[in-house]
Every structure is written in C-alpha cells, then in structure tokens.
Design a protein around this ligand. Sequence first.
Ligand code: SF4
Length: 473
Amino acid sequence: MLTEIRSLNEECGVFGIWGHENATQISYYGLHALQHRGQEGAGIVATDGKALKALKGEGLVNEVFTQEKLGEMHGHAAIGHVRYATAGGSGIENVQPLLFNSTTGSLAISHNGNLVNATELKGHLERQGSIFQTTSDTEVLAHLIKRSGYETFEEKAKNALSLLKGAFACAILTEEAMYVALDPNGLRPFSLGRLGDAWVVASETCAFDIVGAEFVRSIEPGEFVIINKDGVRAERFAYPEERSICTMEYVYFSRPDSDIDGINVHSARKRLGIQLAKEFPIEADVVTGVPDSSISAAIGYSEASGIPYELGLIKNRYVGRTFIQPSQDLREQGVKMKLSPVRQVVKGKRVIMVDDSIVRGTTSRHIVNLLKEAGATEVHVVISSPPIKSPCFYGIDISTSGELIAANNTIEEMREIIGADSLSFLSVDGMVQNIGRTDPGSKCGHCLACFTGEYPTNIFPTTVLPHEKETVR
Ligand code: SF4
C-alpha cells in the first residue's frame, strides 16, 4: 500500500491479550501484523495484576520495541496499539495506549477510530475541571470513565462508552480485567480469539494468525466484553444500530490475509476485480495492479477478462516513512521512489492498471506517467471502488472534500488530469454485492459515506450530558 503518499491512511490498529505469561512478547508480534494500519507510533501497556506499565514511542514497531525493553515488561495481560495520527496530531504524548495512573485505580486505553463528538465532550469535561494531557480524542473516554458517578468500573466504563459518538473499537486494561468495546454501528473491524487458555482481541485477524491464535468471533456493535480471571462475559453498553462497517477496510486498508466477519479480504478484492471486468470490458494486452492492495483485484480482472495478469509495477519496500511529505513536489518524488515499472512487461503493450481508489489523483497521475515512460502504448485505469467524493469523519484522513479529486471533477476531467486513456470506477452496487456481506438493510452492513455522502451516524451530534456542575452519570 502507498500509505505514506496517497493521503488515504489507515486509522490505527489495536491488539490485546489476557491470561498469558508472555503477554508483552505476543502483543509485540500482534502489533507487527497490524503495522500497515499505522506507522507513526506504537505502544504496549502490560499488567502483572499489581500495576500497569507502558512502553511506547514514535516510529515502527521494531524501532520502538527492543528485546531488552520488552524483557523488562512482565505481565499476564497487555494491550497494544499502532498509530496513524488522524485526530489530535502527532507527538509522543498522543501515542497509545494512553495510560492513566490514579489512586482510585489505573487504566490504559487503545482506540481505533474517530469520535465525532470528542470536541464537544472535551468542552463539557474541561468546564467541569478536567485537564487534558494529550490532543487525542481517546483521552475523553478516560475522563468520562473517571468522572462517572457509577459505582463499579464496569458500570463507569459502560456509561462513558454510551456517551461516545462515531467510530471506536477499544481495548481498556486495568489491573483486574481487559474490557473490549465496539461502537453501535460497528464501523471498525474487531475480533476475539483464543490462544491456549488466553484470550486475544485484534483489529484484524491476521494478528491472530501470526501469534497462533484461533478466531472465535467478531465483537458485536454496542458490545462490551469483560475478560478477567473468571473468563469472558459479554454485555452491552448500547443497542446496536444498523451495521455500517467501513467499506474501505475490504477495499484497501485491511491485509489480504485478514477475514472481516467471515469474509476474506483477498477473496473480496478479487471479486471486485471480476465485477470490474464485467462492468468495464476493455481491449488490452496485460492487466497489472498497483502493489500491494490492488493486486487481488487485478488478478480478478485478469481471470474474468482472459487478459494475462503481469507484474507491471514493483514496489520498493525499503522507502521509509521519511516520504510522508507535505508538499506536492516531494510527494511526487516519493511516488517515483516507491514504485518502478517493469519495462519488459509494459513496453509496447496496452495496459489495464487496476487500483483500489483515487484520492487526490497525484499517485494515479504518476503511475500512469511511469507506465507510459516505460513504453506502454495505452494505460486504462480501472478502480475497484466508486469515486471518493465526501470526507470521512470516522478515522480515515480524508477530512475535506477540497482535496478529493472526485468531489471537484467529472470522471472525464479526472481521466484528463491523470493522463489515462480511459478511467472507470466500480459501481456502488457492484462493490457492495461482491464484497458479499448479507446484513439486513439496503447497504448490507456497509458504511458508504465517502462514496455517497450518506453518513451512518449524525456527524454533528449534540451529546446530552447532565448539568455541567453535576458528576457525569
Ligand atoms: S466514510 Fe468511507 S473511509 Fe470513512 S468509515 Fe465510511 S467507508 Fe470508511
């Protein structure tokens, strides 16, 4: 995935484990598998039942955690996080899990997703005396838990979660238990697994495979799962709303070896490619995919069309995060360094280039250019999702429609801007039907907001809190 240079970034990855003597080490491996979801920071908080201890830093998982440091983190339970800064900006203070020590009990939180009412809640809490240490919207949850007037931690946490709006898949750790919650629309994927006698949770099932855990089930929207020495207990903090999982998880974010609610991501992408070939048959000599996230769809297009799939583009895996560049010129240089055309494959050929999405158009324009410079006679761009026209408020960094090429141009204008011979986008129906979810409702369980502008939640909610002088209860 070209996460650093295409302005469409994963929001974060969460991992948690309870009941294993090597909880910290296993969390490290779990986070490694989730690295594609965030490369700006990583952290683990572990507990031995007496205290919570944090190890975190900016950078990749293998930069933050050395074996020596991990060896000092003992405990039977841990939660971890990899971060891409969608809300709150970068900086070590925003790297999760956020750890809060207090004489009334410590807690740590790992959160994936964005709250749409974080600013409003923060305002309420600050007027009640809260002082925030970070600019992360996740800290709001800790304050709501601590200020809740309920008696037990479970009640406090459920009450606090019920006040949040937007996308959140959370793991909360205390000395006594690990708590797991998913927002009522289930905007983010979140799974529960088993590793021997231990319980694990992860944003993606690829993390289970790497630690040798078995998938048990998906966490349900509105669910609050308590994992402690007595086992696992499932409760609710909210009634589930219509399921609205982020469609881009299937199209682009998740690893191809992950399953989301029983649907394998690679297989779903391949079906999208097959559907593309049905919707847009094109005469060409080779099909190629933009590595890595578009290869599955390219294979599908090739199979359905009978046009051979070839490795027309190679990704340079050793271009690091230094290519998160603020200016257009430098981003373009980043594209050049990150991808190379295979001249022998594309020279003198009519090429179908499959990609998963177009955000600004910068990347597409340069890939088309790379292929043409390498001798492709025609470059037909087919996209395995519909045009992205609206911002995402749930944790993906497409925050303004001004930067979205599809929000401001027709498809023909976009084709001209990126310099392709043709440009085609998969239909919304074609995408939804071929991912294969069967949830009730017209959207079959998907959030489609960035394609259709129809948001599954109120994006400007008014959160009803008690009188500001009263305790949040
Ligand atoms: S708006 Fe788009 S990117 Fe954001 S959660 Fe919905 S489908 Fe995913």
